[in-house]
Design a protein around this ligand. Structure first.
Ligand SMILES: NC(=O)c1ccc[n+]([C@@H]2O[C@H](COP(=O)([O-])OP(=O)(O)OC[C@H]3O[C@@H](n4cnc5c(N)ncnc54)[C@H](O)[C@@H]3O)[C@@H](O)[C@H]2O)c1
Length: 447
């Protein structure tokens, strides 16, 4: 099948590569000429495991191409995926300007029937707005070409995006036209083989399903973070509590890890956008507001612990920071907890030596060159000349560090772990103080 993907970011590029991988003829469109130039010259603009090879293979096979020309995209095929960003507006609602710009451009250029597929995460009612925008653009050129707008939200996780796309838990297709539903079923057949995972529903339910999924996951995290603060206050160990509740299959072990807050391009903005949708319709979503408030507060938890360790005196301290990305296996730093922490530390006069296996370039792009940020070559390099170590992202290469080296290198033998990566007793045996989330602080054991 021939299809265009408009927006070649984390979602669009993975969608395009995976749809090409199963034999489709895919044209990816983006307004960013630098991005298209990188892709056309054999590079890749983001870090996502396995993606570079998949893009190269499908390009070489002639099934995947890249352009900045929207007209070429519209002419290319029956399916027109919209996978552009939907960043938060000032009040937290989803900003639809990119989605509607693509809709307008489809309306301006389409010469025959097209299926327009909203893959971006968009508030309920957006499919109607996309249809209006296409109709308005057609009206301007005195045309009325038939089209359908489908909601097909994406559930992939950065860091495991290819696996998620190739073997999805579910494929949600929202359409009021049964024929369009069947065409989408055909397109997704290669990803839907072992058992039927494609759920056809009305457009609004499909749009809401995406927000419901992210809000549920964010709720689980904020719930555990709130519990971790209670555990701190009562002197309990949240990790024991986690195992104790996770063993109940109604609760389960997934997504109940306490930490220093969730980030990324999805949970924070999607929880806020759903809250705004509800508020606009006169419903006050108390749970969603609390999920967001708990998360914002949790992003300060490491800063508070550091401040207390240094008795409020953070000026001129140097903090080693491991992990900049919002989670492992991605270079994405959108709403990352590391950013909140670094900005708070800079505000208090501290400097940072940060190491991340892949996100240093992104940090450089966001913060530029500044004297209070050194982007280290390695985890050990970040420790040099630092007072203490803070871990913000649970990259697997941090799981078994050289604790002797950490103790010998730091000016103060203390580790602040925002992801509860280690057994506290084990860390303290290496002569280090250990501060984690929702567990009692540990101090070096006297030999
Ligand atoms: N990143 C994720 O893990 C993830 C997962 C599921 C859903 N989503 C949703 O998918 C959507 C895209 O997210 P993303 O992370 O891929 O965003 P992104 O910022 O990585 O990519 C968006 C791309 O769209 C391009 N763009 C903007 N306006 C355009 C236009 N008019 N024409 C062509 N291209 C245009 C940008 O240049 C950019 O390359 C969002 O709605 C997001 O909420 C993201």
């Amino acid at each position: 099948m021939k299809l265009a993907i408009v927006g070649t970011g984390y979602v669009g590029l993975v969608t395009g590569a995976c749809l090409a991988e199963v034999g489709n003829d895919v044209l990816c469109v983006d307004v960013d000429p630098a991005k298209i130039e990188i892709l056309n010259s054999g590079g890749i603009p983001i870090y996502e495991p396995g993606l570079e090879k998949m893009v190269a293979d499908n390009k070489a096979a002639g099934r995947l191409r890249f352009t900045t020309d929207p007209e070429e995209g519209v002419a290319h095929g029956l399916f027109q995926f919209i996978a552009v960003g939907t960043p938060p507006d000032e009040d937290g609602s989803a900003d639809l300007k990119h989605v509607l710009a693509v809709a307008r451009s489809i309306g301006q250029h389409m010469a025959e029937y097209r299926i327009v597929i909203d893959k971006s995460t968009v508030p309920v009612g957006t499919a109607d707005r996309v249809a209006e925008e296409i109709r308005a653009a057609q009206a301007e050129r005195h045309e009325a070409v038939e089209f359908d707008v489908v909601s097909n939200p994406e559930f992939l996780k950065e860091g495991a995006a290819i696996e998620d796309f190739m073997r999805p838990d579910r494929i949600i297709v929202g359409t009021d036209n049964p024929r369009t539903g069947e065409l989408l079923r055909l397109l997704y057949a290669p990803f839907n083989r072992s058992h039927d995972r494609l759920f056809l529903m009305d457009v609004r339910s499909a749009e809401l399903t995406k927000y419901a999924a992210n809000a549920m996951l964010a709720t689980k995290i904020s719930f555990m973070n709130e519990l971790s603060n209670i555990a701190d206050a009562v002197g309990a160990d949240i990790e024991k509590v986690r195992v104790g509740i996770g063993s109940d299959p109604r609760i389960g072990f997934q997504f109940i890890y306490p930490g220093c807050g969730y980030g990324g391009s999805c949970f924070p903005k999607d929880v806020r956008a759903l809250e705004q949708t509800a508020l606009r319709l006169g419903y006050s979503p108390q749970l969603l507001s609390a999920v967001e408030a708990v998360n914002l507060d949790q992003k300060n938890v490491l800063f508070r612990k550091l401040k207390s360790y240094f008795a409020g005196e953070l000026a001129d301290r140097t903090i080693a920071l491991w992990g900049l990305a919002f989670k492992p296996n991605t270079d994405d730093m959108r709403e990352a907890s590391s950013r909140k922490l670094m900005e708070a530390l800079w505000g208090a006069g501290a400097s940072i030596r940060a190491f991340d296996p892949v996100a240093a370039k992104e940090a450089q792009r966001i913060y530029g060159n500044r004297p209070d940020l050194y982007l280290a070559e390695s985890a050990a390099d970040a420790l040099r000349g630092s007072d203490v170590l803070v871990i913000v992202t649970e990259w697997s290469q941090f799981r078994s560090p050289d604790f002797d080296l950490i103790r010998k290198t730091l000016k103060h033998p203390a580790v602040f772990d925002g992801r509860n990566m280690f057994d506290p007793q084990m860390v303290s045996r290496f002569g280090l103080s250990y501060f984690s989330i929702g567990r009692p602080d540990r101090h070096p054991e006297i030999a």
